[in-house]
Design a protein around this ligand. Sequence first.
Ligand code: ZN
Length: 264
Amino acid sequence: MKKLIKTKIFTSILVIISIIIVFTPTKVGTTADVRVPIILYHNITEDYNASEALVNITPAEFETHIITLIESGYNPIDFDEYYDFVTNGKVLPNKPVIITFDDGYLSNYTYAFPILKKHNVKATIFAVTDTIGRSEGVNFAHFTWEQAREMEASGIIDIESHSDSHANLGEMSINDVQREFRRSKYLIEKNLNKDCNVFAFPYGGYSSEVQELGIKAGYKVLSLVGDVGANSAGADLTALRRITIRGTDSPEDLINTIEINLDK
Ligand SMILES: [Zn+2]
C-alpha cells in the first residue's frame, strides 16, 4: 500500500514537472539581449504590380511570408506583450516579432485575416479612422467598423490608430495634431469597445512636440515607419522602429531583412 502511494506521488511530481517545462517560455539570454523587430505591410492584392511593391503584396506571397516566419522560429506577439516586456520585464517567447499593417485596407480583412487565423498568428492593424468603410476617393477600399469588430473579436487582430486623416503630423499645427490623436483614439475606443493605446505616425512624420502630444492624448506607444532596425527593452516607446516589407521580397529576403535589422 505504502509503495503504491509513493509511486503515485512520484508520478504526480513527474507530471507537474513536465507541465512546467512545456509551458515555460524559452528565455533568450537576458532581457537586455532581446530585440523585437516590427514588420510592416499595407495592401494585399491579386492585382499585383511590382512598381507598387512598397504597398502591395499578393495573398499567396503573404501566406508564404507567414509560414516562413513560423518555420524560422519567430513568435508573433502584440504591442501589449511588448509594452509589458519594456515596463514590467515580462519574458517574451524566443524570436519575438510584431506584424503590422498600415492604413486599414479592406484587403486586410479579406485576405490577411483568414491567413492569420489559419496559422494562429497575431497582427496589429493601424487604421485611419476617417477612411474606415470608404471605397471611393481612396487608393484602395477600406474595411468597415463591422469588419473591424469581427477581426478584434477573434483575438488575432489588434486595431490601433494611424491618425484620423492620414496627414503628416510633423507638418501640422498643435491643434490639428491634438485632433488627429484624440479623434482617432475616441472613434476606435467607441466603435470597438476597447482601449486604443498605440499610434503609428502617417509617413513617419513626427517631432519631439508631437511625441509629447501623443502621450498627453493617452497613447502608451508611438511608432515610426521605415527600414530602421529593431526594438530593445530600453527602446523609446514614443519612437518604435518598424521595418517595411516589400511585395517583391522573397521569403529569404524577409528573414534576411529582419536579421539585418536585429543588429541595427
Ligand atoms: Zn499610412
